[in-house]
Design a protein around this ligand. Sequence first.
Ligand code: AMP
Ligand code: MN
Ligand code: MN
Ligand code: MN
Length: 289
Amino acid sequence: MQVNILTNADLHCHSDVSDGTLSPEDLAVRAKANGVELWALTDHDELGGQHRAIAAAAGQGLPYLTGTEISVTFAGLTVHIVGLGVDPDDARLQAGLQATRGGREGRAREMAKQLAGVGIKGAFEGALQYVGNPDLISRTHFARFLVESQVCSSTHEVFRNYLTEGKPGFVPHRWAALGDAVSWITGAGGVAVLAHPARYRVTPTEEYALFSEFKAHGGLGVEVVTGSHSAAEYVKYGEMAQEFELYASRGSDFHSPQESHTDLGALPNLSGALRPVWEALTHRVIQPH
Ligand code: AMP
Ligand code: MN
Ligand code: MN
Ligand code: MN
């Protein structure tokens, strides 16, 4: 298959191996049905769904890139780095991800304690009901529990009122270092992509520092067209990609048919002025036969 700027590439989404609600197999079917031509599953801090996604993509006749989304702490801020085209069996990447996942259970217990303090009981056990992978309890699982128990009417409302900085249920956490995350990805044969940059609450100076350090560590791409960006942000981060000479990526960040605004593959194309990250990854694409 020939890839170019018009390829319907969706290089960011989540299965129930992290905080999505669909299995890797169901995502592959949905991606194909939605017209996706190149797909990557990028579970948070996990490669556990990769071999299933590879098999499921092949079953759908869908070209596939391996992926993960690593949680990073940079200058006191949580940022996400997507790794594409990584070897899912790379020992150093796997060890790094395992260490990154490690603190999640303790953090979740602490979150539940805070929520109990504002009258929401049983949140740890409640969140666990939604967890597909016991190693990967996330804020999303708490959000689903708070919606199900009618504390809030949507997961977005949960994040607005709980679980975010300054709100009850927010527990600061130290994730991987930026340089480590990029180096694990690169060492596993992949390309590191700065995920949804508009989501970080940073000053222009901090944003410049993030892009510069990401690039200095060997980061090669940035998400421009994502489910997390507005049309104005497609333009702004397209310009940032050009300024920092980064490849541009495209991905829905799809988590769930009930919760996600952007479905798999349902995104505008990248501007023709950009270099799509999949052109740097043609040798890593797993072609169905
Ligand atoms: P965690 O890795 O446990 O901190 O959880 C982060 C996840 O929470 C993200 O990957 C999103 O899936 C979800 N999330 C964060 N902020 C929001 C928000 N405002 N609305 C909905 N989901 C969110
Ligand atoms: Mn998520
Ligand atoms: Mn993210
Ligand atoms: Mn994501």
